[in-house]
Design a protein around this ligand. Structure first.
Ligand code: ATP
Length: 517
């Protein structure tokens, strides 16, 4: 675990050192849980967004995009339930004065039991080799059974307090924390306050006169911008059910515990798609979208074992199914995307609060109804973090040296090709520039002439650039260059005129999209 934490720290400093992510307002020592993306970060982030946008809007004839404003009429948030219920249960430790989410403390405790079970299984696997029968081991090993019992008991209690009548049972949550002996990781004590609800929306005022100003909110999710535009899009686009509306944009949450770098931020970006369907078909569509979205993730080639679904224990009262796609981060399996079957809750609420009829007239059956919705909601920043974590490697080389390399999927890499003149003489810089001038219309290229070639390679490895080209004496004679591959470090001689063909397909978003079909 400590080793994993070290790796995570290294990734955070790598992100800063190589222009991916900086703390916001860095010269003023940063702002809690707010980050800026640097020159390489913004490219990677834009590529992630493109991969998502194109997979939704280009690959589905019945999905269109919008870009709604961050500010919305305040009644939106009354209707959506956010004013009354967008709360997290928080608890303070009186000794360390640190604040925690009570639900997270309990979920971490559950994960501890799971970890203990997993460790026993790993140990036994090593011991028994091929003869190991996991099901039998789980059913008979005393330590596994003991931890499974503890897990089940806690899980049951947790579900009860989360689904208590009239909302979360806050006293019950505190009691669980006390009974489980959960301590504050900083002070090590159990000196906890009561659990309280805390609304996560940021407020501000619109309008300048004393009587005219009204409280508005920074949107805590992009989804509501889609719901309030359902009629506009359906009518102007003459959309027939089923159809989807996709959107990428900023969201803001005053998170209580904002740690783990860009995993939990107060200002972040979401990519959400609301898929409007006929009531009664939602569970089929839910299953389809689960599969489609998992495929989108696994298509990046990080290995299926690094993903899992986590079905929700606590369903919002309006949802009839919900799952998270979790990714194996250095700090455990964590949610990257949520997929929710939201019934007709949001559209009905907006109809009620706005007094407008928000329905769909079905030409096939001649009836009108409020569509149901399946939502897929993914955080750009969490996706960014998962990609960084998986791509980062400190590699031991055969010559005893180490190199830090980001094995980014080529289509997402900020820079696709670096071009180096071997020396600054004999027209090599001009030749290198010529290559860039030709290829820059097709993908992102970078020119580098400083330091020895070896050092330049290392710098490009560190930002995940998949290809480097070196212009040398021979180039001037026969128009060939050495093309070096980031992952294998192999070099081969290729004609300048072939470069585009060799590289373009591998680094384009299209190459990723094609694999989805
Ligand atoms: P969590 O339980 O981690 O707080 P959530 O279930 O509240 O997340 P959703 O409301 O389902 O999250 O939001 C959808 C997605 O938006 C999440 O899967 C995540 O990728 C992203 N997201 C949510 N909150 C944050 C945040 N504070 N910082 C970065 N990304 C976030």
């Amino acid at each position: 675990m400590a080793q994993q934490e070290d790796v995570f720290k290294k990734i955070v400093s790598h992100c800063k050192e190589y222009g991916f992510v900086f703390p916001s307002s860095d010269i003023y020592d940063g702002l809690g849980a707010v980050y800026d993306y640097g020159q390489n970060g913004v490219e990677l982030k834009n590529n992630i967004k493109q991969y998502w946008w194109q997979s939704m809007v280009l690959l589905h004839e019945n999905i269109v995009g919008i870009d709604a404003a961050i500010f919305m009429h305040p009644t939106t948030w009354k209707a959506s339930g956010h004013v009354d219920a967008f709360n997290d249960p928080l608890i303070d430790n009186r000794d360390s004065k640190k604040r925690y989410r009570a639900d997270v403390l309990i979920e971490e405790q559950l994960a501890k039991y799971e970890d203990k079970i997993q460790k026993e299984i790993e140990k036994a696997k090593k011991k028994f080799g091929d003869a190991f029968d996991e099901a039998q081991f789980r059913a008979t090993n005393a330590r596994v059974l003991e931890n499974q019992e503890k897990f089940d008991a806690l899980h049951k209690r947790y579900q009860e307090v989360m689904n208590a009548e009239g909302g979360i049972d806050l006293d019950g949550m505190k009691q669980i924390i006390l009974d489980e002996g959960i301590v504050c990781p900083i002070s090590g004590t159990r000196n906890w306050t009561d659990v309280r609800q805390f609304n996560l929306m940021f407020k501000t005022e619109m309008g300048s006169t004393a009587d005219g100003a009204s409280t508005i909110y920074l949107r805590p999710e992009t989804a509501q911008g889609i719901f309030v535009n359902y009629l506009n899009v359906q009518k102007t686009g003459r959309m027939k059910l089923p159809f989807g509306i996709a959107q990428i944009g900023k969201a803001f949450r005053n998170e209580i515990v904002a740690r783990q770098f860009i995993f939990r931020m107060r200002e972040f970006e979401q990519m959400e798609m609301q898929f409007f369907i006929k009531p009664g078909t939602e569970l089929d569509w839910f299953a389809k979208w689960k599969e489609t979205r998992m495929k989108w993730h696994q298509n990046l080639g990080f290995g299926a074992e690094n993903y899992r679904f986590h079905d929700h224990d606590k369903l919002a009262h309006y949802a009839n199914a919900a799952t998270d796609i979790e990714f194996h981060m250095p700090f455990g399996f964590k949610e990257v995307e949520g997929i929710h079957s939201r019934t007709n809750f949001d559209l009905s609420q907006h109809a009620k609060y706005s007094g407008k009829k928000i329905e769909y007239f079905d030409p096939d059956t001649n009836e009108s109804y409020t569509p149901y919705v399946i939502e897929t909601s993914i955080g750009v920043d969490r996706m960014f973090l998962s990609i960084m974590c998986h791509s980062y490697e400190e590699q031991q080389l055969p010559d005893g040296q180490t190199r830090t390399v980001l094995h980014l999927p080529a289509a997402l890499a900020p820079v696709k090709l670096a071009v180096f003149p071997l020396t600054k003489k004999d027209g090599m810089p001009e030749k290198a520039q010529e290559i860039i001038n030709d290829l820059r219309f097709h993908f992102n290229c970078k020119y580098e002439e400083k330091d020895q070639i070896g050092k330049r390679y290392r710098r490009m490895d560190a930002i995940g650039c998949p290809y480097c080209v070196t212009v040398d004496q021979q180039t001037l004679e026969d128009n060939t260059v050495t093309l070096r591959d980031r992952d294998t470090m192999e070099q081969r001689r290729v004609a300048i005129s072939d470069l585009r063909n060799i590289i373009e397909d591998k680094v384009s978003i299209t190459s990723l999209l094609k694999k989805l079909l």
